[in-house]
Ligand binder design. Structure first.
Ligand code: DLL
Length: 446
């Protein structure tokens, strides 16, 4: 890692914009915010009503400080406007739609015209270039293609920088290892949980990343993951892992990425205007505070969104970054406001469990969290952790020691007693996309 840091080269796709002085950036944001507000006021009944309710006319936005006067947009609003009621252009101008993989109810949809797709390719090209990728790279894209934005979004950016893309999508892990080896992939794009599955599959197949693979960079995202998971993946796959953030409603991937200093994710603020608000009250929070990320799209044409409540918890860092970019950085997303479990009144983030599991020797980075409320009594929290084969073979006493160790650490961090089970190797389901680590049985009890 030290060596990699020393050799770090800072590359830009669009240097003028990426390093734009803040004053100029803010003037650009204001102009674009006014244009977007005017567009949706004229073309989208939902926004016209919402703006009128708030008593805001597009021409009454005089500075970025007026942003909090604009109405929020929530996921429920998008569901109510399903499928295309938020279009700001005639349907004939729409070039593509994507949708989120919502497990319940209607999916949330986003629509792009040709200009939106160009902008997406541009921000994705910045993403790849920021991670040091060029046209000489071979990009193995193991994100799902289809309605999910991950596969096609990363595909678009790889083509834009002129790299060679292997559009393998998720699944059939053995074949993925073969393809990565044979096409000499240098860049892997995946969810962190699927990258882990690929690392495990390679090990099963006897493929050593150091000897037989040319991978040097991984762009990982679409779900929360910890620094411990980053270290684990970097070690197992012999590469440098970058955190990549985005969401369907705003564009897909390409909202933010880490630069080579890995100290927060730069948000492409010339297109996506970020704020952090109190998740309970919606009040904007002072710089640097942790809260819910809210984003306004300020250049999208087909389906622009004003002040979209992402439900992701982050804090923003305004100090200038060593990489020279002036665009604000957001901290790693530790979880969604709606992923936070409240167990016996205590807030529990799955990332806290992940940190403990990954810091414990003898177990694999695979875990499952189960919350239950037996016979409507007190909530119980169970954590299942998968033993690595050597620990499993050592027998029940060794497993009990590890189990106690994890229980004690979780108690220290969460202040809650947890029933930890060490389960057999390969008994926890692997994911090809976003991992489902929480089973909340309380939701099933009425
Ligand atoms: O997951 C877009 C994407 C694809 C991002 C590939 C990065 C890579 P959705 O399916 O709409 O879109 O899910 C968006 O996933 O609100 C976050 O809660 C979560 N998420 C996305 N990236 C990260 C990340 C894509 N790097 C939702 N860290 C978001 C933590 C993330 N959570």
């Amino acid at each position: 890692m030290e060596r990699m840091m020393a050799e770090k080269q800072i590359r830009y796709w669009n240097k003028d914009v990426e390093t734009i002085p803040r004053g100029e950036l803010e003037a650009l944001q204001l102009e674009r915010l006014r244009m977007t507000t005017a567009l949706v006021y004229q073309k989208v009944p939902f926004y016209r009503d919402a703006l009128e309710r708030e008593g805001v006319k597009p021409e009454s936005i005089h500075s970025l400080a007026d942003l909090p006067r604009l109405p929020f947009t929530t996921k429920d609003d998008l569901r109510e406007q399903y499928p295309l009621k938020l279009l700001a252009l005639p349907k004939d101008d729409v070039a593509r739609v994507h949708a989120s993989s919502g497990t319940t109810g209607k999916p949330t949809v986003t629509a792009y015209n040709a200009v939106d797709l160009n902008m997406w390719a541009e921000v994705m090209a910045r993403v790849y270039t920021m991670a040091g990728c060029t046209r000489r790279d071979v990009v193995h894209n193991a994100l799902g293609y289809g309605l999910f934005t991950g596969g096609l979004g990363f595909h678009l950016g790889a083509e834009k920088i002129g790299a060679m893309v292997v559009p393998s999508g998720g699944g059939m892990s053995k074949r993925q290892i073969l393809l990565m080896e044979d096409f000499e992939a240098t860049v892997l794009v995946a969810t962190p949980s699927y990258a882990l599955v690929l690392a495990e599959t390679a090990r099963e197949m006897g493929v050593d990343f150091r000897e037989r693979m040319k991978l040097r960079v991984a762009l990982l995202g679409a779900e929360p993951w910890t620094e411990e998971m980053r270290r684990e993946l970097q070690m197992r796959m012999n590469l440098e892992a970058y955190d990549s953030y985005g969401l369907t409603e705003i564009i897909g991937p390409g909202v933010a990425l880490e630069c080579p200093y890995h100290d927060g994710l730069h948000i492409w603020e010339d297109h996506f205007l970020p704020e952090v608000v109190d998740p309970e009250t919606g009040t904007p929070l002072p710089n640097g505070s942790e809260g819910e990320l809210v984003i306004s799209t300020i250049t999208r044409q087909a389906m622009p969104l004003l002040r979209y409540r992402t439900r992701d918890r982050v804090s923003l860092k305004h100090e200038r970054c060593r990489c020279g970019r002036t665009m604000v950085r957001m901290g790693k997303v530790h979880g969604r406001t709606d992923d936070m479990l409240v167990v016996r009144g205590v807030n529990v983030f799955p990332s806290q469990v992940e940190e403990v599991v990954l810091a414990t020797p003898g177990v694999e980075p695979h875990y499952q969290i189960l919350v239950d409320r037996p016979k409507n009594k007190l909530d119980t929290l169970e954590v299942w952790v998968e033993a690595a084969p050597p620990l499993w073979e050592l027998g029940p006493d060794a497993r009990a020691r590890t189990q106690k160790q994890i229980t004690a650490k979780l108690h220290d961090i969460l202040g809650l007693s947890t029933a930890v089970s060490i389960v057999a190797p390969f008994s926890i389901a692997r994911s090809e996309g976003k991992a489902k680590r929480i089973v909340d049985r309380r939701e099933l009890v009425t």
